[in-house]
Design a protein around this ligand. Sequence first.
Ligand code: ATP
Length: 137
Amino acid sequence: MAGNIRLEVVTPEKYVVDEDVQIAVAPGSLGEFGVLIGHTPFLTTLKTGVMHYTDASGTQRYVFVSGGFAEALPDKMTVLAESAERRKDIDVDRAKAAMERAQERLAQSKAEDIDFNRAKAALERALHRIRLCETRR
Ligand code: ATP
């Protein structure tokens, strides 16, 4: 192993991750990308989805991220997101309630309404949270 990078995942409310990792993989707007030590510097916006990383001891970890961007440097990756939660911190019942609310709003609004796009984004967040809780161990 050539060495670790520092991974920071930050929201306006809290530090979600701040640790040394072997590799970090995140859902960039143009596609998923991985960062190892020595990566060329770059900046990208993120899609709502799940990022994962291998921690210094070799354990795979998963983090939901929504709305933000990531900066890769040769020895560091920083994710600034509107919301982010480690898998273990996701409240799946809350996500299911959010999914149902979003589905009701979608059924009641038209595709050109602002509410429709908001509900679509809320549904996407809820579905990623639920999927992460239910499929990754
Ligand atoms: P909700 O309608 O339940 O608030 P949301 O998708 O609109 O869901 P966000 O705007 O993405 O929520 O996040 C607001 C705050 O609540 C953030 O701090 C986020 O980490 C937290 N959060 C949202 N949903 C969950 C969840 N299911 N489990 C844990 N934390 C959550």
